[in-house]
Design a protein around this ligand. Structure first.
Ligand code: MRU
Length: 359
């Protein structure tokens, strides 16, 4: 363990406690650590849409627990009636945000699990066990990603990351931020740079908070400083997470990721994506088919409740972009480090047994 890391307690933002789903409210960080309780599917959709819980793996796991809550609340005389009602709740939860495939993946797994059961009670219990297993296995997958990716991190050069991909964005430990953490734990001393991540400030608010909590020194920059930083020679690697990886390796992630990948290519710096296999969507052939969420104009025109843009301005606010596979030096998964071309490797990994089994 590195002497730089001063972790006192592992951060786990999704907790099932006394039959309740508790989420660490990410809209309140870093000012205050507040937990919200999700009581039903409507509450889960609100929490996901308003980004109280965010990050591709985290919204998938929160959605699985939401399915367990929904299943418990359904009163249906027959199993077909129960499954019909569950499917309606599933459709509502899956539609909360469109880009991260983990959301639909987790909900579908819950629907599939319910279909193997004979009674609503059995199905509700099976879905809850599945949600718990997904949560535990996400943490294990992240640690494996981190181990696999640490070897790619520089011994002492700079590493730049974007958005928040730490414990907050997952069940625990994190993906790209986990890779950086594991590099430090292995004794490497990369200098950590991270972007602010406009407009929602996942980097400035959440990554900075997590890194400080871990005792990892880091330098924050505005998104538009990334090119100058890379040109200065201070960046040896860029690593980000992913919200959906298409069959050909094209990767959707937080808006600005494509910019970083293009700048990395222009500066001869390797650009890595770190993600669990639950983020791979072989049903979409390429990035062109990935739906990109657009969020309200107010996220751009206002900051911390204060209007910053001139009145009347038109806004375009896509919150993800797609990085072509050709710009990605490696995709770091729990199953190993994939190098381009990605299609065949992603396909053969998809034929492995499901990563998440019912506990
Ligand atoms: O809009 P967000 O904050 O949910 O976007 C999150 C990201 O883009 C992350 O990089 C991605 O989900 C990977 S998190 C391990």
């Amino acid at each position: 363990m590195s002497d730089l890391l001063t972790i006192t307690e592992e951060l786990q933002p999704i907790v099932w406690q006394e039959d309740k789903l508790l989420l660490l409210d990410q809209t309140m960080l870093p000012a205050s650590e507040e937990w919200v309780t999700v009581h039903d599917a409507v509450g889960a959709v609100e929490a996901i849409r308003s980004m109280r819980v965010r990050g591709a793996p985290a919204i998938g796991i929160a959605a699985a627990y939401a399915m367990a809550i929904a299943a418990r609340s359904i009163e249906a005389p027959t199993m077909p009636a129960f499954l019909g009602a569950l499917d309606a709740q599933a459709a509502r939860i899956s539609a909360a945000r469109p880009t991260a495939v983990n959301l639909g993946w987790a909900v579908q797994r819950c629907q599939d699990a319910a279909r193997t059961c004979n009674t609503p009670g059995q199905a509700a219990a099976r879905i809850l066990a599945l949600a718990q297993a997904m949560r535990e296995q996400d943490i294990e997958a992240n640690k494996a990603i981190a181990r696999n990716g640490a070897a790619l991190m520089p011994d002492s050069g700079g590493v730049l990351t974007h958005c928040n991909t730490g414990a907050l964005a997952t069940a625990g430990y994190g993906t790209a931020l986990g890779v950086i953490r594991a590099a430090l734990e292995s004794g490497k001393r990369p200098r950590v740079f991270h972007t602010e991540t406009r407009p929602w400030l996942q980097g400035a608010r959440l990554t900075a908070w997590e890194l400080a909590r871990l005792g990892i020194p880091a330098t924050l920059l505005v998104d538009s400083a990334a090119g100058a930083l890379m040109a200065s020679g201070h960046v040896a690697a860029v690593v980000t997470g992913a919200d959906r990886i298409a069959a050909n390796g094209d990767t959707a992630n937080k808006i600005g990721t494509y910019t970083l990948a293009a700048l990395a290519a222009a500066n001869g710096i390797p650009f890595y994506v770190a993600a669990p296999f639950s983020t791979v969507d072989l049903n979409v052939k390429s990035g062109q088919d990935i739906p990109v969420e657009e969020r309200p104009a107010a996220e751009v025109t206002s900051l911390a409740g204060q209007r910053i843009a001139a009145e009347g301005v038109a806004v375009w606010n896509p919150v993800f972009d797609v990085t072509p596979a050709g710009l990605i030096a490696a995709i770091i998964t729990e199953h190993g480090v994939l190098r381009p071309p990605y299609e065949t490797q992603l396909n053969s990994l998809a034929r492995q047994p499901e990563v998440t089994e019912v506990a």
